[in-house]
Write a protein that binds this ligand. Structure first.
Ligand code: 13P
Length: 251
C-alpha cells in the first residue's frame, strides 16, 4: 500500500521563532486527533531544521527545501544532503520549479541532487510540472516525461522506490488557480504509467504522487479523492497551522 502524504513547503518564510511556533501549532493540532493514516512532512528553511526537529521528534517528517548537487568542497553557500541528514531531516525537496526557473537548475543538477539525497539516506521529494505556455500548447506530458526521465530514471529500482514525486504545474503555484482534479489525475496517472513502463507495476503502484499548486482546504478533498493523487505538497496554506491541519484531514 502506498503512503498518503501531506507535506508543507514553507519556502522563504518564517524567522526561526515563527517557524518553531508554527511547528508547535501543527503538532498540537495533530495531538487532538485526525491525520490518522497520513504521513505529515514539513519543509522549513535550512536554518530551522535542528530546532524544529527537537519540537517534532518523529511525529512528523522533516524535509529540507533543496540540497547541493555536489557532496562537499569549495561551494560557498551550499548545503549538502549529508549535512541535512545530520541535522535530523529525513527528506529533501529536489527540482522545485522555483529552483529550476529562478536559480537555473538543470535536469542534470536535479539528478545529482536526487542521487546525493538517496546516498545520504534522505528520501527525495522530486518535483515536476509544466509552465502555462507548455500547457496551452498541449505539450505538458512531454515536458513532464523529460523531467522524470532525466531526473530519476537513471536510478536503479531499489533507489527509485525511495522517491516521492510531486506534480506541481507552474501556472498553479502561488496563483490561487489550482489544476482541476481531472487535470491533476490525468498527469498523476500518466506518471504512474511512465514508472510502470520503466520499472514495473509494483514499483508504480507503491509510488506516492503528490499534487502541488494552490492546494488549500477548499479544494484538497476533491483533489485527494482521485485514485492516483496520494496527497499534496502545500505552499502558502502550510503557513497556517489550521489550514494545513484541515488539508491533512481532507482524505
Ligand atoms: P502554493 O501552495 O503556494 O501554490 O505552492 C505550491 C508549492 O510550490 C509547493 O511546493
Amino acid at each position: 500500500m502506498r503512503r498518503k502524504i501531506v507535506a508543507g513547503n514553507w519556502k522563504l518564510n518564517t524567522t526561526l521563532t515563527e517557524g518553531m511556533d508554527l511547528a508547535r501549532s501543527v503538532i498540537d493540532l495533530l495531538k487532538k486527533g485526525g491525520g490518522g493514516n497520513v504521513s505529515v512532512i514539513i519543509a522549513p528553511p535550512f536554518t530551522h531544521l535542528t530546532e524544529i526537529k527537537k519540537i517534532i521528534g518523529d511525529e512528523i517528517g522533516l524535509a529540507a527545501q533543496n540540497c547541493a548537487a555536489e557532496k562537499s568542497g569549495a561551494f560557498t553557500g551550499e548545503v549538502s544532503a549529508e549535512m541535512i541528514r545530520s541535522a535530523g531531516a529525513g527528506y529533501v525537496i529536489t527540482g522545485h520549479s522555483e529552483r529550476r526557473h529562478y536559480f537555473n537548475e538543470s535536469d542534470k543538477d536535479v539528478a545529482s541532487k536526487v542521487r546525493n539525497a538517496i546516498e545520504s539516506g534522505l528520501q527525495p521529494l522530486f518535483c515536476c510540472g509544466e509552465k502555462l505556455h507548455e500547457r496551452e500548447r498541449s505539450i505538458y506530458t512531454e515536458v513532464i516525461k523529460k523531467q522524470i526521465q532525466l531526473g530519476l530514471f537513471d536510478l536503479p529500482k531499489d533507489d527509485f522506490s525511495k522517491v516521492i514525486i510531486a506534480y506541481e504545474p507552474v501556472w498553479a503555484i502561488g496563483t490561487g488557480k489550482n489544476a482541476t482534479p481531472e487535470q491533476a489525475q490525468e498527469i498523476h496517472q500518466y506518471i504512474r504509467h511512465l514508472v510502470e513502463e520503466k520499472y514495473d507495476r509494483n514499483v508504480a503502484n507503491n509510488l506516492t504522487i503528490l499534487y502541488g499548486g494552490s492546494c488549500k482546504p477548499s479544494n484538497a478533498g476533491e483533489l485527494f479523492s482521485n485514485n492516483d493523487i496520494d496527497g499534496g505538497l502545500i505552499g502558502g496554506a502550510s503557513l497556517s497551522a489550521e489550514d494545513f491541519y484541515s488539508i491533512i484531514n481532507s482524505f
